[in-house]
Design a protein around this ligand. Structure first.
Ligand SMILES: Cc1cc2nc3c(=O)[nH]c(=O)nc-3n(C[C@H](O)[C@H](O)[C@H](O)COP(=O)(O)O)c2cc1C
Length: 321
């Protein structure tokens, strides 16, 4: 199937799906800071949606027409529900469906997420039914459930499913995020992909700091794309090619200004989408450390922000910077 995946630059850079982070608001902030080539939604549960409708997915699938290509990430353990949910994502205008087969959280592992590593029949069925929605289907997974050595069998199973793309978070479920990602396995994984499914794009994930780091890994190992998650917490400009400001005098003043500017934008978008997302003000606070950092007095300002109760109060504080 011809799709947006074939039109991407090589290598390409992907914003990782992150629950309670990569919603429509933060995706716009990142697009302004330095746009990724592809973005994913937070994961949304198929069975929850089938039984309780939009209420169950709490704004996770809100998107805008200026966000392309955008992939809806779904998860679950009931292929029938995943089929219906994938159809729904297609009607919402998504460009692709990604199935989460890597989430280690207890609530997810009961039925889906990384539990599918141990239920390859369900994983295969889920991929097949998701394809019926007519969108390109990709999978995001880990190396294995318990042991790193599981990777070859598990990825062989997935690569036989004619996927548009396969993202590997280079750790096992058991490793959570507690050990360094196994970048050393990339050459073997790429060789397996070349052998079984040369048309499936291979995306690496785990501990990739920014675009330059991703570029280095993709070029060294000749993989198609790099997915960056937590790198944007350390640097929201992580996807940007080139320097933030050519006139930066090294004092950090330009960077501080740019970060505060992004925070204003984040606050504005939060207010705009709040009636739709229903997300309480408290959920914004986790983002403040992304923007208010690396200057004298930053921790005091962050502390003040943590005691605010509204976006207006937050604006008053950052207006002094
Ligand atoms: C706060 C947070 C939420 C996450 N939510 C999801 C999710 O909804 N779906 C998913 O596939 N992975 C999720 N992940 C995993 C990331 O997509 C990514 O695989 C992981 O963080 C490793 O990449 P990194 O080192 O670039 O962060 C989440 C990670 C974090 C830190």
């Amino acid at each position: 199937m011809q799709s947006f995946w074939h039109e991407l630059p090589r290598p390409f850079f992907v914003l990782a799906p992150m629950e309670a982070v990569t919603d429509v608001v933060f995706r716009h902030v990142i697009a302004r800071a330095g746009a990724p080539d592809v973005v994913y939604t937070e994961f949304a549960n198929a069975t929850g949606w089938v039984h309780a409708g939009d209420r169950a997915i709490a704004g996770r699938l809100i998107r805008e027409d200026n966000e392309h290509p955008i992939v809806a990430q779904i998860w679950g353990g009931e292929p029938g529900d995943m089929e219906q949910f994938a159809q729904h994502c297609a009607t919402l205008g998504y460009d692709g469906i990604d199935i989460n087969m890597g989430c280690p959280a207890k609530s997810a592992v009961k039925s889906g997420g990384s539990a599918l590593i141990r239920k390859p029949d369900v994983a295969i069925a889920a991929i097949q039914v998701a394809k019926a929605a007519g969108l390109p289907v990709s999978v995001k997974t880990r190396l294995g459930y318990t042991h790193v050595e599981e990777w070859r069998d598990w990825l062989t199973t997935l690569l036989r499913q004619d996927l548009a793309a396969l993202t590997i978070h280079l750790r096992t479920k058991r490793e959570m995020s507690k050990v360094p990602a196994h970048h050393e396995l990339i050459p073997d994984i790429r060789a397996l992909r070349d052998q079984i499914a040369p048309d499936t794009l291979l995306i690496i994930n785990g501990d990739i700091r920014n675009r330059a780091h991703g570029l280095e890994l993709c070029e060294r190992y000749r993989v198609d794309g790099a997915m960056i998650g937590r790198g944007i917490f350390a640097d929201p400009f992580a996807f940007r090619a080139g320097k933030l400001h050519s006139d930066d005098d090294g004092s950090g003043e330009q960077r501080k200004k740019a970060l505060v500017g992004l925070l204003y934008y984040h606050l504005e978008l939060f207010d705009h989408y709040q009636p739709q997302t229903g997300r309480p003000y408290e959920t914004l606070k986790r983002f403040y450390k992304i923007y208010i950092r690396d200057f004298d007095g930053a921790s005091e300002v962050r502390d003040q922000l943590m005691h605010t109760t509204s976006t207006d109060e937050a604006r008053q504080i950052i207006a002094t910077l």
